[in-house]
Design a protein around this ligand. Structure first.
Ligand SMILES: [Zn+2]
Length: 259
């Protein structure tokens, strides 16, 4: 596995997202982005030897532009909408949606990276059958616990992020605390959508040379793969986009209901 975390295109996409995020919400929104980005990088490096399975399936290696955008574009659009549509008000569903999208990305990434290290094989969230470690749609106890922890991290950072983005805003502790549950729900709900799509509609491919399932067009061994099931264009990036969109929508919806 190469040691670079991002490809050139991935680095460019990350730079664009980082600039827009800092520009829109200064240190506050940057805090949420960094919590996602740095924790994901650290967990990706954890237990690298045991993650050969991920390499084999096609999920490892430096993140490219599409991967970065699939995780960050929904949050960035919500944050931009917060600035332009809600004029950066403290109590805004757009800010909650921004945090919810990163809560989903964080929960899903933590779940994948920790779930891969679990000794027992994951089970399909839909059929309950044992799956090859690392394949999308598999769930395990440690992976699910990591999803919860990732969603909790972003949720508890959200009130602080808002205070940093808008220093001196007159909002109550009660209002700030009201962000935590919606963002957690968005994070866990988004990761759940990721698993459900991964186990059902996401494309799964087969390498005839290695005789095993994977998620890439050309397997790591160099052999072209054939589609076994799923929608051809619904790969990991599209599923991550759906998961972060769901995270944003769930967080904003729950926040609006509980207000
Ligand atoms: Zn192969």
């Amino acid at each position: 596995m190469r040691s670079h975390a991002l490809t050139r295109g991935g680095a460019l996409a990350a730079f664009a997202i980082g600039t827009l995020t800092y520009g829109a919400g200064t240190l506050g929104s940057a805090l949420i982005l960094l919590a996602f980005f740095l924790s994901s990088m650290a967990l990706t490096r954890a237990g690298r030897k045991r993650k050969r399975e991920l390499v084999d399936i096609g999920k490892a290696g430096p993140r490219d532009a599409w991967q970065v955008l699939a995780n960050g574009v929904v949050a960035t659009v919500c944050l931009t909408a917060w600035v332009f549509l809600d004029h950066g008000r403290a109590l805004s569903a757009w800010f909650v949606a921004f945090a919810g999208a990163y809560a989903a990305a964080t929960a899903d990434t933590w779940g994948t990276e920790i779930g891969t290290l679990a000794p027992a094989p994951p089970r399909s969230i839909v059929s309950g059958k044992a799956l090859v470690t690392g394949l999308s749609g598999g769930v395990s106890g440690p992976g699910t616990a990591a999803e919860v922890a990732g969603a909790v991290l972003i949720a508890i950072l959200t009130p602080g992020a808002l205070l940093l983005a808008l220093p001196g805003i007159p909002v109550t502790v009660h209002a700030l605390a009201g962000f935590i549950l919606p963002v957690f729900a968005g994070g866990f709900g988004g990761a759940l959508v990721d698993s459900l799509l991964g186990a059902s509609l996401q494309v799964r491919r087969w390498c005839p040379a290695c005789e095993r399932e994977c998620e890439v067009d050309t397997h790591g061994c160099g052999t072209p793969t054939v589609r076994r099931r799923g929608i051809p264009w619904l790969g990991n990036d599209a599923v991550n986009f759906a998961a972060t969109s769901s995270g944003a929508a769930i967080a904003a919806g729950v926040w609006t209901l509980l207000r």
